[in-house]
Design a protein around this ligand. Structure first.
Ligand code: ZN
Length: 370
């Protein structure tokens, strides 16, 4: 069986040929029965394997899991069942790191060290030691295992968006951040205590500050991509990210998290919006609306990079996600311009015979659309 990358390259070649008037094969337009190449699971396949189920019989062809859970045996078995392995790599979450390296602790607009945003603890993204540490970890991962790609996770400034009531503090006003901002924007922030400097920035150069913050996040992705492509030019760089539109929470995706899709689409192969409807207090149909909005916002052309492979919720939190609801979000998530789909988590699906059957049935349908 051809690997996922080969399939992508083949399909992309087909599209460019059809645009230039050659071969007529290619992807259908968004909104039609788009081709779904990636039918993924998020989490270890072990919960399925422990039940005697193979990935190919579930119609799964991609496994996404935390990089620390990857090992050679897992890759070998997944590949033998027709599935490629991708590593989830947490970028800016690091409670352990800031506890050992207080210089990397993010600072809020009161000049205080930030508190954890529920379970998330964002590290200051401009602290040079942390950046070096994380990028070395990434290079180490890519040298150790031959994987299909890396999906960056927690790619945002300190905040929490995965809850119905998000935590959205103003950060980071540490010395590194203020100095880097001054150099980048070509301005001088008056000498004062941190609280006064933060107020001055937010009062006098709010737009420049927000834009600079987005550029810092895009730079992290650019650096990670450079390392990835140096180690394996064929590997894909994906992004798990907040799915909010431009209006949600008063534009907090751009304003607080620092995600500018125009910057990110230059350095990202695949976007995986985390459309966790249950966690975010939304209805299943919101997944459909959100992916349609996102495809439009990204301006992605069917059959070209960047691609969109959403991740939908099966996990029972804060309530039981029914098999029907799970089926709905899988279908909605694979609509519009999506060319892949995955769900959170493998454990939550394997733990329910009905959800396992749902996954198998929906993925079978997506396969036959090809
Ligand atoms: Zn900082």
């Amino acid at each position: 069986m051809a690997g996922i990358k080969e399939v992508l390259i083949f399909l992309l070649a087909g599209i460019s040929a059809s645009i230039s008037g050659g071969c007529s094969s290619g992807r259908s337009q968004p909104g039609n029965s788009n081709i779904i190449e990636i039918r993924g699971i998020y989490g270890s396949p072990n919960p399925f394997w422990n039940k005697g189920l193979n990935l190919n019989e579930l119609n799964v062809n991609a496994v996404f899991l935390n990089w620390k859970g990857i090992n050679e045996k897992l890759i070998e078995r997944a590949e033998s069942e027709g599935a490629e392995v991708f590593a989830e790599f947490p970028l800016l979450n690091g409670r352990d790191y800031v506890e050992k390296h207080p210089e990397a602790w993010a600072i809020d607009n009161n000049g205080e060290k930030v508190k954890p945003a529920s379970w998330f603890m964002g590290v200051c993204p401009t602290e040079p030691g942390f950046r070096q540490f994380r990028m070395m970890e990434l290079r180490g991962l890519l040298r150790k295992f031959n994987i299909g790609g890396v999906w960056l996770d927690y790619v945002h400034w300190h905040a929490q968006f995965e809850e119905p009531e998000p935590v959205l503090p103003e950060t980071c006003f540490c010395e590194n951040c203020i100095r880097t901002f001054e150099a980048s924007a070509g301005i001088d922030v008056p000498d004062a205590d941190i609280k006064k400097q933060a107020l001055w920035i937010l009062t006098n150069c709010d737009a420049l500050w927000r834009e600079w913050r987005c550029s810092v996040i895009a730079d992290w992705v650019r650096d990670a991509r450079m390392i990835l492509k140096q180690e394996d030019p064929d590997a894909l760089l994906g992004l798990y990210h907040c799915p909010w539109d431009d209006n949600d929470f008063d534009g907090a995706r751009y304003r607080i998290l620092g995600l500018d899709y125009n910057m990110l689409k230059e350095v990202t192969d695949v976007f995986s919006p985390m459309v966790y409807h249950g966690r975010m207090g939304r209805s299943p149909v919101w997944v459909k609306e959100n992916i349609e909005w996102f495809c439009n916002a990204l301006g992605t052309v069917s059959g070209s990079f960047p691609e969109v492979w959403p991740i939908v919720q099966s996990y029972n939190d804060p309530y039981q996600i029914s098999p029907q609801e799970f089926e709905d979000v899988l279908s909605y998530g694979s609509g519009a311009c999506s060319t892949g789909i995955m769900m959170f988590t493998s454990n939550s699906v394997a733990g329910s015979d009905e959800k396992t059957e749902t996954l198998k049935r929906v993925y079978s349908r997506l396969m036959t659309n090809q």
